[in-house]
Ligand binder design. Structure first.
Ligand code: SAH
Length: 254
């Protein structure tokens, strides 16, 4: 049998918020045929060997403040792999385009002439609150949600806009900057009584929900760590009411 040299390819796939069965079917299929998988800390890391049996794995894991492999190197290495004919899969936690730098990797690959396929993923921004019984929108309670990165502090103008929006505020990567976020939002007029939830390690056996108000959350969350999704708004109180009605987190995640 003669083998023609395959053209390489890069697939940017969302891995979902952790468990393998929250991958999309399309992402699972792409993993099954991948030659090399670049992955990081979030997403279905525990099941990778089974999901991608013929692949080699590169851990480009990022923990806050410690970037293992610089972003440019990740993109350059994936491009090299695709050029040599490999099916390269970049697996990211959640959805690849929600704070995942997926856009940069896609742009780099396309600029190098490498074809790219994007496979969306279940974003923790929506899924983690959902599994904790907090609907981000709810008729007559909230008709919008805004997803914010807590990676760097916001500007005064941004606090003012967010405080004036109403609806639900979802913050990712926000544990480190929570005190400044809370102070900024309170200064901008968001009510001290606004319900707030910190949802750590969603979908894991050690998932934990901490609820308080805007005034109380900094003290209440002093032992909370990343990864966590922070939700602010009246829907948080709704989640608590639903839990009282018998929809507890165990039932919801079963
Ligand atoms: N692209 C990802 C987000 C990347 S930023 C997505 O769409 O989900 C990384 C942040 O996502 C973490 O700091 C945390 O805020 C959040 N996150 C991801 N998975 C999570 C999980 N299982 N539980 C809680 N937070 C999670």
């Amino acid at each position: 049998m003669t083998r023609t040299r395959r053209t390489g390819h890069i697939t940017l796939a969302g891995g979902g918020p952790g468990p393998a069965d929250l991958l999309t079917v399309r992402a699972a299929r792409a993993l099954a045929v991948a030659d090399v998988v670049y992955f990081d800390r979030l997403g279905p890391t525990a099941d990778l060997a089974q999901l991608a049996p013929r692949a080699t794995f590169v851990d480009v894991g990022k923990t806050p403040g410690r970037h293992k492999v610089p972003q440019e190197d990740i993109t350059a290495r994936m491009i090299d792999g695709a050029r040599s004919g490999l099916q390269v899969l970049r697996l990211k936690g959640g959805d690849p385009f929600v704070f995942g730098r997926g856009g940069e990797e896609m742009a780099g690959a396309l600029a190098a002439g490498i074809p790219v396929t994007v496979i969306p993923g279940v974003s923790s921004a929506i899924a983690v609150p959902g599994a904790a019984g907090i609907p981000l929108t709810h008729r007559n309670v909230s008709h919008l949600f805004t997803v914010v990165s807590g990676h760097a502090p916001l500007t005064g103008r941004e606090y003012a806009h967010l405080a004036g929006l109403g609806g639900t505020l979802v913050v990712l990567m926000g544990i480190g900057t929570l005190p400044s976020l809370v102070a900024g939002l309170r200064l901008a007029g968001l009510a001290a009584s606004t319900p707030v939830a910190v949802l750590e390690r969603g979908f894991s056996p050690t998932a934990r929900t901490t609820t308080s108000t805007l005034a109380g959350i900094v003290a209440a969350s002093s032992t909370c760590r990343n990864p966590a999704v922070i939700v602010m708004g009246e829907v948080v109180a709704l989640g608590a009411e639903l839990a009282v009605a018998g929809l507890d987190a165990a039932l919801l995640t079963a």
